[in-house]
Design a protein around this ligand. Structure first.
Ligand code: DOR
Ligand code: ZN
Length: 452
């Protein structure tokens, strides 16, 4: 494989931004340092650009197999490449659901033939598959829907949850919304058909009670646990109180949308957990800045506009976001709400550490050459017709952001390039993505970051 030099850029880690060249050979980072004079096959002039580790998105729904009318690996991983995302972890609520070792291996096999970026897949818990959860390897962990959502994967029975936390060893990640409270709210509000009721049915209490319950399980069983898509400011106190078994993520839609967006966007901002108030969004942002929320993940959950157009409650929950998540965060840097190093911490280093990914999340010698070049000055407007995700829309349609990925590399090979918005994007056609390797003996999030 060829030797590539990325010359003259500003290299960004979670700690610093420094002027350095990046030398890549055989799919790996070989050197980062002062201007290099070694002979290479390709020199990329990164003057004026910032060089980041590729984004690691540990929470996506790519719908393959079985729901390919919403999205598929080819479209969704082009969306990744365009968004600077070089690795993803995908959820098990496909058809068939990824609830057995066999289904997991089948999904890995399909992915190997279609993915432009690196891939990994959770195995999903059901009421009856404890044996599979114990056997599974080649997976970051176990996904538990403690609250029901798209798909039919609810695990709400205490006895089953106790057994999963007691008898498995893989990290557990959970969707936390209390099913009993949600059902009671839905019955009480059954006469309402406006989509805003979604946030009253899936309310604050439902999220807080369920997160508390899951954390209690993790603590009692001393099990590594990750809280998916935290949506309320109050949950942060639950997460903060507990020790280093727990990590938590926040999604762009909970940071940037609130219940005030229902009149404008309707079911396009209907998702589970629901959007909450502007005070929650502000609290979540503060939680991220304070280090109480550890990473940003998208929960990219595409549905077609036709599906979304059905009257509530037939409209499905979820929205696509993977191709704009990095730009949304870079725009926050432009607005002065956070620093570029923090974005790298939240979107590269932390997810790689939480899930014990081998050679991901960092630009350092020996790491995989997953790289994104970003232009912090360029302004672009998100347009539905330019979205690569198969569902072909974004809730941020028409929004202009400053700071965009312009080139993305996966394992030493370029997969995306768009230096200016007037030129159509270029994508690689080979499925160069690799299966992500997980090392259960890696130090993990807390060992890496608790001192810093
Ligand atoms: O809004 C959501 N959509 N939340 C989930 O938990 C699942 C997701 C989906 O798969 O559509
Ligand atoms: Zn999800």
């Amino acid at each position: 494989m060829s030797r590539i030099l990325i010359r003259g850029g500003q290299v960004v880690s979670g700690r610093e931004v420094r002027h350095a060249d990046v030398l890549i050979a055989d799919g790996k980072i070989v050197d980062i340092g002062p201007p290099s004079t070694v002979a290479v096959d390709e020199v990329v002039d990164a003057t004026g650009l910032h060089v980041l580790p590729g984004i690691v998105d540990p929470h996506v729904h790519f719908r393959q197999p079985g729901l390919e009318h919403k999205d598929d690996f080819a479209h969704a991983t082009r969306a990744c490449a365009k968004g600077g995302v070089t690795s993803f972890l995908e959820m098990p609520n496909t058809k068939p659901a990824t609830i057995s070792v066999e289904a997991l291996h089948q999904k890995l096999d399909i992915a190997s033939r279609h993915c432009l970026v690196n891939y990994g897949f959770y195995i999903g818990a059901t009421l009856h598959n404890l044996d599979q959860l114990k056997l599974a390897r080649r997976t970051p962990g176990i996904k538990v829907f403690i609250g029901s959502s798209t798909g039919d994967m609810l695990v709400d029975r205490q006895e089953t949850l106790e057994a999963i936390f007691a008898e498995t060893t893989l990290p557990i990640a959970a969707h936390c919304e209390d099913e009993t409270l949600v059902r009671a709210n839905a019955a009480r509000l059954a006469q309402r058909t406006d989509v805003a009721v979604h946030s009253e049915i899936r309310d604050h209490e439902a999220a807080i009670v369920s997160t508390r319950r899951a954390i209690d399980l993790a603590k009692r069983h001393r099990h590594r646990f990750h809280v998916l898509h935290v949506s309320t400011a109050a949950e942060i106190a639950e997460i903060r109180q507990h020790d280093q078994l727990i990590t938590a993520e926040v999604c762009p839609h909970h940071l940037f949308f609130t219940v005030d967006d229902y009149p404008r966007l309707g079911s396009l901002v209907q998702m589970n957990p629901s959007v909450k108030t502007s005070a929650d969004a502000a609290g979540l942002w503060q939680g991220l800045l304070d280090g109480d929320l550890h990473l940003v993940a998208t929960d990219h959950a595409p549905h077609t506009l036709e599906e979304k157009g059905q009257p509530y409650p037939a409209s499905p929950s979820g929205l696509p976001s993977i191709e704009n998540s990095l730009a949304l965060m870079l725009n926050q840097v432009a607005l002065g709400r956070c620093r570029l190093e923090q974005v790298v911490r939240w979107m590269c280093e932390a997810p790689a550490a939480v899930w014990n990914m081998c050679d991901k999340g960092y630009l350092q010698p020996g790491a995989d050459a997953d790289v994104v070049l970003v232009d912090l000055q360029t302004q672009r407007t998100i347009r539905n017709q330019e979205q690569q995700t198969k569902c072909g829309w974004s809730p941020w349609d028409g929004v202009t952001l400053q700071g965009w990925p312009v080139m993305t590399m996966v394992g030493g090979r370029w997969v995306f390039r768009q230096l200016d918005a007037a030129t159509p994007p270029w994508f690689a056609t080979e499925p160069v993505g690799q299966e992500i390797q997980f090392d259960p003996s890696a130090p993990g999030y807390w060992a890496k970051f608790s001192q810093s």
